[in-house]
Write a protein that binds this ligand. Structure first.
Ligand code: PGA
Length: 254
Protein backbone atom coordinates (compact mmCIF):
# COMPACT_ATOMS: atom_id res chain seq x y z
CA UNK A 1 0.00 0.00 0.00
CA UNK A 2 1.35 3.47 -0.85
CA UNK A 3 2.09 5.87 1.98
CA UNK A 4 -0.57 8.47 2.78
CA UNK A 5 -0.19 11.92 1.20
CA UNK A 6 1.66 14.17 3.69
CA UNK A 7 -0.52 16.28 5.93
CA UNK A 8 0.44 19.69 7.32
CA UNK A 9 -1.90 20.71 10.12
CA UNK A 10 -2.02 23.98 12.06
CA UNK A 11 -3.41 23.85 15.59
CA UNK A 12 -4.08 27.45 16.55
CA UNK A 13 -5.08 26.57 20.14
CA UNK A 14 -6.68 29.61 21.87
CA UNK A 15 -5.36 32.13 19.34
CA UNK A 16 -6.94 34.20 16.55
CA UNK A 17 -10.29 35.93 16.75
CA UNK A 18 -12.40 36.00 13.56
CA UNK A 19 -10.68 39.17 12.26
CA UNK A 20 -7.21 37.63 12.83
CA UNK A 21 -8.42 34.49 11.07
CA UNK A 22 -9.46 36.47 7.99
CA UNK A 23 -6.13 38.31 7.97
CA UNK A 24 -4.20 35.03 8.24
CA UNK A 25 -5.95 33.47 5.26
CA UNK A 26 -5.65 36.66 3.18
CA UNK A 27 -1.90 36.19 3.43
CA UNK A 28 -1.68 32.39 3.49
CA UNK A 29 -3.79 31.83 0.38
CA UNK A 30 -1.45 34.12 -1.57
CA UNK A 31 1.44 31.89 -0.56
CA UNK A 32 -0.12 28.42 -0.75
CA UNK A 33 -1.22 27.32 -4.21
CA UNK A 34 -3.54 24.31 -4.60
CA UNK A 35 -1.35 21.18 -4.59
CA UNK A 36 -2.38 17.57 -4.92
CA UNK A 37 0.80 16.18 -3.31
CA UNK A 38 -0.15 17.27 0.23
CA UNK A 39 -3.08 18.12 2.49
CA UNK A 40 -3.28 21.27 4.57
CA UNK A 41 -5.54 21.41 7.61
CA UNK A 42 -6.30 24.10 10.20
CA UNK A 43 -7.83 23.87 13.64
CA UNK A 44 -8.94 27.41 14.56
CA UNK A 45 -10.87 28.23 17.74
CA UNK A 46 -14.51 27.18 17.28
CA UNK A 47 -15.75 30.76 17.26
CA UNK A 48 -13.39 31.57 14.37
CA UNK A 49 -14.49 28.58 12.31
CA UNK A 50 -17.11 30.53 10.37
CA UNK A 51 -14.60 33.24 9.44
CA UNK A 52 -12.16 30.54 8.32
CA UNK A 53 -14.87 28.74 6.33
CA UNK A 54 -15.76 31.99 4.55
CA UNK A 55 -12.12 32.83 3.85
CA UNK A 56 -11.68 29.36 2.32
CA UNK A 57 -14.89 29.37 0.28
CA UNK A 58 -12.87 29.19 -2.95
CA UNK A 59 -10.30 26.79 -1.52
CA UNK A 60 -11.88 23.41 -0.80
CA UNK A 61 -8.37 21.93 -0.87
CA UNK A 62 -7.81 23.24 2.68
CA UNK A 63 -9.74 21.47 5.44
CA UNK A 64 -10.94 22.81 8.76
CA UNK A 65 -11.51 21.25 12.13
CA UNK A 66 -12.27 21.97 15.75
CA UNK A 67 -9.87 21.35 18.63
CA UNK A 68 -12.19 19.37 20.88
CA UNK A 69 -15.72 17.99 21.11
CA UNK A 70 -17.95 16.50 23.78
CA UNK A 71 -18.84 12.84 23.39
CA UNK A 72 -22.59 13.41 23.56
CA UNK A 73 -24.38 14.74 20.48
CA UNK A 74 -26.48 17.26 22.42
CA UNK A 75 -27.72 18.04 25.90
CA UNK A 76 -27.15 19.98 29.09
CA UNK A 77 -23.36 20.44 28.86
CA UNK A 78 -22.85 24.18 29.22
CA UNK A 79 -19.84 25.46 27.34
CA UNK A 80 -19.27 22.33 25.28
CA UNK A 81 -19.69 21.69 21.57
CA UNK A 82 -20.62 18.36 20.00
CA UNK A 83 -19.50 16.62 16.83
CA UNK A 84 -22.79 17.30 14.97
CA UNK A 85 -22.61 20.99 15.95
CA UNK A 86 -19.02 21.24 14.73
CA UNK A 87 -19.98 19.48 11.50
CA UNK A 88 -22.91 21.82 10.98
CA UNK A 89 -20.63 24.81 11.51
CA UNK A 90 -18.31 23.70 8.72
CA UNK A 91 -15.73 21.44 10.37
CA UNK A 92 -14.75 18.19 8.68
CA UNK A 93 -12.00 17.34 11.19
CA UNK A 94 -11.49 17.26 14.94
CA UNK A 95 -8.50 16.95 17.27
CA UNK A 96 -9.11 14.46 20.05
CA UNK A 97 -7.06 14.05 23.21
CA UNK A 98 -4.55 16.82 22.60
CA UNK A 99 -2.05 16.88 25.45
CA UNK A 100 -3.41 20.20 26.70
CA UNK A 101 -6.85 18.63 26.95
CA UNK A 102 -5.40 15.70 28.86
CA UNK A 103 -2.98 17.57 31.11
CA UNK A 104 -4.62 20.99 31.60
CA UNK A 105 -8.27 19.92 31.54
CA UNK A 106 -7.97 16.42 32.96
CA UNK A 107 -9.36 14.55 29.99
CA UNK A 108 -9.07 10.80 30.55
CA UNK A 109 -8.14 7.98 28.20
CA UNK A 110 -11.72 6.69 28.34
CA UNK A 111 -13.11 10.11 27.40
CA UNK A 112 -10.75 10.22 24.43
CA UNK A 113 -12.25 6.93 23.27
CA UNK A 114 -15.80 8.20 23.62
CA UNK A 115 -14.94 11.39 21.75
CA UNK A 116 -13.30 9.43 18.93
CA UNK A 117 -16.44 7.32 18.56
CA UNK A 118 -18.65 10.43 18.63
CA UNK A 119 -16.58 12.10 15.93
CA UNK A 120 -16.80 9.10 13.60
CA UNK A 121 -20.53 8.69 14.25
CA UNK A 122 -21.07 12.30 13.15
CA UNK A 123 -18.83 12.01 10.09
CA UNK A 124 -15.97 14.10 11.48
CA UNK A 125 -12.47 12.81 10.78
CA UNK A 126 -10.65 12.49 14.13
CA UNK A 127 -6.95 13.12 14.68
CA UNK A 128 -6.25 11.28 17.93
CA UNK A 129 -3.26 12.62 19.87
CA UNK A 130 -1.02 10.51 22.09
CA UNK A 131 2.26 11.31 23.81
CA UNK A 132 4.36 10.76 26.90
CA UNK A 133 5.67 13.24 29.46
CA UNK A 134 9.39 13.68 30.02
CA UNK A 135 9.19 11.83 33.34
CA UNK A 136 7.44 8.91 31.66
CA UNK A 137 10.05 8.80 28.87
CA UNK A 138 12.94 8.98 31.35
CA UNK A 139 11.40 6.20 33.39
CA UNK A 140 11.36 3.96 30.29
CA UNK A 141 7.57 4.02 30.14
CA UNK A 142 7.17 5.35 26.57
CA UNK A 143 5.59 2.21 25.16
CA UNK A 144 3.42 1.59 28.19
CA UNK A 145 1.96 5.12 28.03
CA UNK A 146 1.47 5.23 24.26
CA UNK A 147 0.01 1.75 24.31
CA UNK A 148 -2.45 2.61 27.06
CA UNK A 149 -3.55 5.86 25.39
CA UNK A 150 -3.91 4.23 21.99
CA UNK A 151 -5.80 1.19 23.26
CA UNK A 152 -8.30 3.35 25.15
CA UNK A 153 -8.80 5.72 22.21
CA UNK A 154 -9.52 2.87 19.81
CA UNK A 155 -11.39 0.60 22.21
CA UNK A 156 -14.92 1.71 21.23
CA UNK A 157 -14.16 1.71 17.49
CA UNK A 158 -14.89 -0.99 14.93
CA UNK A 159 -11.89 -1.99 12.75
CA UNK A 160 -13.27 -0.16 9.70
CA UNK A 161 -13.57 2.98 11.83
CA UNK A 162 -9.99 2.61 13.08
CA UNK A 163 -8.87 2.57 9.44
CA UNK A 164 -10.46 6.01 9.04
CA UNK A 165 -8.58 7.90 11.75
CA UNK A 166 -5.43 9.99 11.78
CA UNK A 167 -3.04 9.54 14.70
CA UNK A 168 -0.71 12.22 16.08
CA UNK A 169 2.36 11.47 18.17
CA UNK A 170 2.95 14.54 20.30
CA UNK A 171 5.49 14.06 23.10
CA UNK A 172 4.33 16.36 25.90
CA UNK A 173 7.89 17.55 26.56
CA UNK A 174 8.19 18.81 22.98
CA UNK A 175 4.96 20.83 22.85
CA UNK A 176 5.57 24.57 22.96
CA UNK A 177 9.02 24.07 24.48
CA UNK A 178 11.27 24.62 21.45
CA UNK A 179 12.69 21.12 22.06
CA UNK A 180 11.50 18.88 19.25
CA UNK A 181 11.89 15.11 19.22
CA UNK A 182 14.80 14.08 17.03
CA UNK A 183 13.80 12.49 13.72
CA UNK A 184 15.10 9.18 15.12
CA UNK A 185 12.97 9.48 18.28
CA UNK A 186 9.94 10.34 16.16
CA UNK A 187 10.60 7.46 13.75
CA UNK A 188 10.93 4.99 16.64
CA UNK A 189 7.68 6.09 18.29
CA UNK A 190 5.81 6.20 14.99
CA UNK A 191 7.07 2.77 14.02
CA UNK A 192 5.94 1.37 17.35
CA UNK A 193 2.50 2.99 16.97
CA UNK A 194 2.24 1.65 13.41
CA UNK A 195 2.88 -1.87 14.72
CA UNK A 196 0.12 -1.50 17.32
CA UNK A 197 -2.29 -0.28 14.63
CA UNK A 198 -1.33 -3.30 12.54
CA UNK A 199 -1.98 -5.62 15.53
CA UNK A 200 -5.39 -4.07 15.84
CA UNK A 201 -6.64 -3.98 12.22
CA UNK A 202 -4.01 -5.63 10.00
CA UNK A 203 -3.11 -4.37 6.52
CA UNK A 204 -5.45 -1.32 6.39
CA UNK A 205 -3.32 0.17 9.19
CA UNK A 206 -0.73 1.11 6.53
CA UNK A 207 -3.11 3.81 5.29
CA UNK A 208 -3.52 5.54 8.68
CA UNK A 209 -1.54 8.80 8.67
CA UNK A 210 0.62 9.32 11.78
CA UNK A 211 1.52 12.99 12.31
CA UNK A 212 4.37 14.26 14.46
CA UNK A 213 3.76 17.33 16.65
CA UNK A 214 5.90 19.23 19.13
CA UNK A 215 8.04 22.31 18.35
CA UNK A 216 7.89 21.83 14.58
CA UNK A 217 9.57 24.83 12.94
CA UNK A 218 10.67 25.68 9.38
CA UNK A 219 14.22 24.55 10.14
CA UNK A 220 13.33 21.07 11.46
CA UNK A 221 10.23 20.30 9.36
CA UNK A 222 12.07 18.66 6.48
CA UNK A 223 14.02 16.22 8.67
CA UNK A 224 11.00 15.33 10.78
CA UNK A 225 8.83 14.73 7.73
CA UNK A 226 11.53 12.54 6.21
CA UNK A 227 11.65 10.30 9.32
CA UNK A 228 10.26 6.79 8.95
CA UNK A 229 6.50 6.42 9.45
CA UNK A 230 6.04 10.20 9.80
CA UNK A 231 3.16 11.09 7.48
CA UNK A 232 2.72 14.73 8.36
CA UNK A 233 3.24 17.46 10.92
CA UNK A 234 0.91 18.94 13.52
CA UNK A 235 2.11 22.46 14.17
CA UNK A 236 1.14 24.74 17.07
CA UNK A 237 3.05 27.98 17.59
CA UNK A 238 4.62 28.01 14.14
CA UNK A 239 1.20 27.77 12.46
CA UNK A 240 0.14 31.21 13.67
CA UNK A 241 2.17 33.20 11.17
CA UNK A 242 1.23 32.66 7.50
CA UNK A 243 4.77 32.91 6.17
CA UNK A 244 6.25 30.63 8.84
CA UNK A 245 3.56 28.00 8.36
CA UNK A 246 3.92 28.19 4.60
CA UNK A 247 7.65 27.47 4.97
CA UNK A 248 6.65 24.30 6.83
CA UNK A 249 3.72 23.27 4.63
CA UNK A 250 5.77 23.61 1.47
CA UNK A 251 8.69 21.36 2.49
CA UNK A 252 9.56 18.45 0.27
CA UNK A 253 10.99 15.51 2.09
CA UNK A 254 9.53 12.11 1.41
P1 PGA B 1 3.87 23.43 19.23
O1 PGA B 1 2.49 22.71 19.53
O2 PGA B 1 4.14 23.29 17.74
O3 PGA B 1 3.66 24.87 19.62
O4 PGA B 1 4.93 22.76 20.03
C1 PGA B 1 2.13 21.51 18.87
C2 PGA B 1 0.76 21.07 19.31
O5 PGA B 1 0.41 21.26 20.48
O6 PGA B 1 -0.03 20.53 18.51
Amino acid sequence: MTRPTPIFAGNWKMNKAPADTRAFFNSFLELHAVRDDRSVWFFPPSLSLAAAREALSERPDIELGVQNIHWEAEGAFTGEISAPIAKGAGATLVLIGHSERRHVFGETDAQVGRKSAAALAAGLHPTICVGETLAERKAGRLEEVLGRQLAAALEPLAPEDVAGITLAYEPVWAIGTGVNATPDDAAAAHHWLRQRLRDRIGDPSAGIPILYGGSVKPDNARDLLAAGDVDGLLVGGASLDPDTFHRISSVEGR
